[in-house]
Design a protein around this ligand. Sequence first.
Ligand code: ZN
Length: 488
Amino acid sequence: MRKSTLVPVLALLGSLALTTSCSTDTSSIDSAPAKTGSTPTGGTAEGTDPGGSVNPAKIKGIRIVSDNSDDRSCPWASSYPDVPGASGMTAAMKKYVATRIAGFRGDDGGSAVTCGADSTGASPNGAELNISYSFLVASGDVVGVRLTTLNRPAAGDGLDTRTYWYDGKNGTAESAYALIADGSQDAFVAALQKQLKGKEGADPASLDDTENRTASLDDMAFTADGGLRVDFDRGTVGVPAGGRYTVTFPKATVTPWLSDFGKRVQQQTASPSAGLDLGATSTPSATMPTQTADGDDTTNCAEVKCIALTFDDGPAAPYTATLLTYLAKYDARVTFFTVGQNVAAHPELVRAEVRAGHEVGNHSWNHPDLTRLATGEIRSQLERTSAAIKAATGKEPTLFRPPYGAINGKVRSATTLSPVLWDVDTEDWKYPNASRVAQYVISKAGRNDVVLLHDIHPTSVGAVPEILRTLSARGYHFVTVSHLRATL
Ligand code: ZN
């Protein structure tokens, strides 16, 4: 059982890494009672934090919806899960993500950071938006997801966490506050206020206003031992300088306050049932090619014209599977720079990539600008992803592509993976138009070029048949990046 939970635990650590790095403020509190027999610090990821046992790959028909700019002048990346049967919850996450991206790009006319390159090609003020997901529970008839948003620079610490819930019994998307029974809301809030009282910078009275409660109490989740953890973003229940606040109630305290839905979530978090059953019919997965290639490509790029197509940010259902069928038709080998949190949800797609003779590289866990991170965080982003790729395929990657192409000496020295940038940038994320993408590659790509594409966009995948048809006719061979490097 431990083995099968490796990847999701790592996923959880990914989101914790973000949280921890931004909440080291000394006045943050954690009133969680010490767990009997547990050490006060370290090793708590599985013991007290929610979501440690959820393997997203086990959720039938799951799709991770990713959208990234891959542009240093306006770096944003977002991922959230689309769980079949929980469309109301997916819609709520989609709306939130779209709003944050529009705000970041300034599309909403707001006063947000305006994108645009400075003299080094980076965004002004080092702006970056990153939204990643982790599952809290996906079992029985309940689903819970946490979205972690890091927006810098921004007021406060730029960190926003929120949880989204789905009740399969009633077929409804729910807020975190719905975990508490209507009749117990006042008692619950009074207990929260008591815990917050006296903590430096906290303003428990801000929870008096019942109108504000659903918004303030947007991050609640159960611990593995049935307790309830409430997380407050900076500035929600206190002065911004107070940082984030966390209150954890033990199981015995919180259980009487729970709604029927809350009790089911508590139970499924503590003892997950065999699977998730929302009564939905899962979408049939696309057929994957059964090409038997094993990477023994004999193309000699010193003698013939080669091109290395690369596809970043996936794997993504259903587009990656469709792409594999196109590539198989032309016996084209390509390189996929995969994002760890998507590998965790779609290991079968990464396996299919390797089985078809393609190369799988590392593109970090959740697509941050690595140059902004501490060495330990860079390592963790890359190592976690390599571990997920190895778990899916049995093979460790040897290449990595830094998100946004952002690389410096610190990033290089944090890993033994070999960095790969590109010669031709299709900007396919900006122009979702298959024939434009195809024409761009056909007109710009030359011998031995590395071409940047993204398999999270159906329009980019849709461009591939025309690219392969036209360039094959011109005598080009499509090889992996490692193959290109080895035979030059
Ligand atoms: Zn990318």
